[in-house]
Design a protein. Sequence first.
Lengths: 157, 612
Amino acid sequence: MQASRARLFKEYKEVQREKSADPDIQLVCDDSNIFKWTALIKGPSETPYEGGVFQLAFAVPEQYPLQPPQVRFLTKIFHPNVHFKTGEICLDILKNAWSPAWTLQSVCRAIIALMAHPEPDSPLNCDSGNLLRSGDIRGFQSMARMYTRLAAMPKKG
Amino acid sequence: MDSEEDDFYSGEAMDDDNDYYNSDDAAADYGVEDDEDDDDGYGFIEEDPDHDDFDNASFRRQQVYFLLNFKNALHFHVLSNSHILWLIGPGVFFLYLVSILTWCLLFQHSYTVLREADIKCQQEDDITKVSTVLSISRVDASILLRHYNWSVSKVHDAWFADEDAVRKSVGFLDKPVVEFSNARELTCGICFDTYSCDKVVSAACGHPFCRACWRGYISATVNDGPGCLMLRCPDPSCCAAVGQDMIDMLASDEDKKKYSRYLLRSYVEDNRKTKWCPAPGCEHAIDFAAGSGNFDVSCLCSYNFCWNCTEEAHRPVDCGTVAKWILKNCAESENMNWILANSKPCPKCKRPIEKNQGCMHMTCSPPCKFEFCWLCLGAWSDHGERTGGFYACNRYETAKQQGDYDETERRREMAKNSLEKYTHYYERWASNQSSRQKALADLHQMQTVHLEKLSDIQCTPESQLKFIIDAWLQIVECRRVLKWTYAYGYYLPEHEHAKRQFFEYLQGEAESGLERLHQCAEKELLQFLNDESQSKEFNDFRTKLAGLTSVTKNYFENLVRALENGLADVDSHAACSKTTNSKYGGGGGASKGKSGRGKGSGKIGGSHDAGR
């Protein structure tokens, strides 16, 4: 408990100090609970998520960093490895490939990388996975772009 | 006999005659059949049981000796099967080779039971081997072996084929990835605190982590399961292996213990030639040498199982049939459970009866006292040898027709046949199973309670009562074999009439032999247990029980062999029986037991023994 709190506090200070280091990621710690974090990440360019801003919720366990944080999308996203309803993410480093040397920041970077390179062979969103696996890139991209517009962009007017 | 043995040990006995070792066991081989002129069915035993023991012991010595010779590939012209020792001249060299093959298949133990200490020892040996040959540390050798499923030869092959590739995939680094030669303080990669150089530890890669974080990291992976044996540096981009030396240096005592437990388990579980004994609570492993046709192994805990499929031992039935049978039992067991509810009505007075004794001979409680066979519910008087009949209960076909000669009735019966056929075999399979469980319990009871009591009553040392234990062990084993013959029978093709007939004959004989033994060990023994004082008949009982044990043992061994070669004798048994009959002349005390229906039994073991 104490170790995880200390480590999170270090990460918190690091985030404060280097706020502009990574313009694509904005990590915010909950005001009252250092084990709850949210992040805003920008959709990577040259993907259907470009221009969107996606919100992630982090629930950090007491055994952190020996155990990985639980992360899910709060913003709806059409992606093979993200559950369409719950926002749960299927990413190896959040499960068995976790290493205590990862940070919340690096998890965000890994998620951005996952958005740019989906893994249709282990899909949480089967519709999305099937579009990619059947080679219907256009179909996938238009669906993903549509949901990005609907959910991840500020409403105009 | 002594002189024969001397000849044998000196290895010079090149008699041109086919001299053979004629133990009473050999003579007993075919005694089981003979009941027509020999009501008690054990007439062949006329020798002192102690002498019997001596023969067995010397025979065992000979087996061992023979094995040594065989391993040295000496041209030593001696043959052995379980009962007969032949000395054969150079003229029959071909026969010699064939026999050695058979002998090896049948009698060579192709497995070893490993205790925990043995496993540890073998593991250490393998690590030492790899460590010396590849000139790497023992820790690295252990990691390498684990990576290649503890196969020393695979490690060698891979290493010498492409050492760099192996080093890379396993995570052995030539030099550190990060250098901190002039840094005074280092930041732990997990807690991000700064420590002086002597407080941080790193694997070969040089990524620094503090001791507390290492301990936590190791603890997390160790508690995650056997994956901890493939531990790597915590840095996500680094693949440097972390071995037992670092575990020992950094982990808590509890985690160290768990880690070495996983290491030991891995040696058995990941190794292709070892498996744990599946018996509950047993901690032994079996090391099995490939290339033998017989997968039955017997653990030190006395559990017998098949190494191939780890079901309980099931000779003579093959693994595929066993799997099919077990699956079928699961699928239909609910059906069967109520069909075969544990009780049956007494055929005479119709009172429900639950079977709680091992053998099939049932006696209804007074006043009815009707004696009947549990399987077919027919009067026991129809089952005895005196009527000249056989134990007909295993005969499904006959049972179907008995008392039911009406053609239309039979045709209607055919529709129900499929389920009934299965019911028939399952019932017998299951009742032998429960008989076996009961026999195991009885054996235990005998060993713990009765033997001592009997020893006191009969004024006989317990060591001389071993024949009773032997009898019970034999019963347990036979019940197991008999049980599986019903699975065998179920899958024996319907159209192979000759085979089915022969099979049912063999099974029937085996069954009645076993019933006799079981009855003798269970019921007749009771009388001596209740005796007030020493009984004169006890010696007769000893002779009878020891005789029945040995006869039944031989019969079942032959049965197993006959079934294992797919009843190949069916077409040729007539020819074989002649050979066998002529071979067993002059068997000392055996002549009485052998004379009767020797022909019938000749069919069973005939071709095998003649072949050796």
